[in-house]
Design a protein around this ligand. Structure first.
Ligand SMILES: [Zn+2]
Length: 275
């Protein structure tokens, strides 16, 4: 599932191409890609003729800001990907095109999603603001401090790994970067959030920001399905220290990396380096 670095990479690819463009036509091939309140027909009617002012991101949402104030929200989930061009994209990479948005410069934005767990949602600005109010702070913002993380974890008995993935506490962190940040901070993923002391929180705050920044620099982690625009791969998978490395030696101490399941998701950690 794309996390902050992957969604931000896609945003950076799309924004200069789409800012100022008008959507002149909408073709939905898979109706279930359109999320409520619209169906495929009303979605097309509402979107056609609208100008895209810019492409933003909040947490793991990609946001197409439209003239008039509404927002096209894209949830990429596992397998969503974009292509942009005057002709149909490579049919090997893009076999499950679910939506086509024609633009006024003659190009088309293709949205491909084999599993269709994500989708496209058109929201009025007020609806989006209401939703956004429930999201935690952006960890790469310059004003994000250790005390913000401390506040987010101070009262929770939930394991710190699960708390880090809770979008109400910190925005944009998912399974891969939660495991990686906890390894770098030397914190056991099973510890209750509220049991972390100030030194743990400082290390974890630094680790979260560091791992997200490094992954963003590498255009994200193309572990299984994620691709940036037009099939471009990220390269942070070669820098992962614990994620997906079950049984392999820890890069710091040589102990085998272990895998456990927390809240239905795999967690990878080093039992010697993380306390
Ligand atoms: Zn280790």
């Amino acid at each position: 599932m794309p996390e902050l670095p992957e969604v931000e990479t896609i945003r950076r690819d799309l924004n200069p191409e789409l800012a100022g463009r008008v959507v002149t036509g909408v073709a939905i091939q898979q109706a279930d890609i359109v999320l409520p309140p619209d169906d495929a027909t009303s979605f097309g009617q509402r979107l056609e003729g609208r100008r895209i002012l810019g492409v933003g991101r909040r947490a793991k949402y990609l946001l197409f800001h439209l003239e008039g104030g509404s927002v096209l929200q894209v949830q990429l989930r596992m397998t969503g990907r974009f292509a942009l061009g005057r002709t149909e994209p490579d049919p090997v990479e893009f076999r499950h095109i679910a939506a086509r948005l024609r633009l006024d410069d003659g190009r088309t934005l293709f949205y491909d999603d084999v599993r269709r767990l994500g989708g496209l949602r058109l929201l009025e600005s007020r609806e989006w603001e209401r939703q956004e109010a429930g999201l935690g702070p952006e960890p790469l913002e310059p004003g994000y401090r250790a005390v913000d993380l401390e506040r987010a974890l101070a009262t929770t008995r939930a394991p710190v790994k699960n708390a880090l993935m809770d979008q109400r506490r910190v925005a944009g962190v998912g399974n891969i970067y939660a495991s990686e940040a906890l390894f770098r901070a030397g914190v056991d993923p099973r510890r209750p959030g509220r049991d972390l002391d100030r030194a743990d929180l400082k290390r974890l705050h630094r680790a979260v920001r560091q791992v997200l920044r490094e992954a963003l620099r590498d255009a994200g982690t193309s572990f299984r399905n994620y691709r940036a625009v037009n099939g471009r791969s990220g390269s942070f998978q070669t820098s992962l220290r614990v994620y997906g490395r079950q049984g392999e030696p820890c890069r710091r101490c040589g102990s085998p990396i272990e895998r456990i399941v927390q809240a239905g998701r795999s967690t990878f950690y080093c039992p010697s380096c993380q306390h």
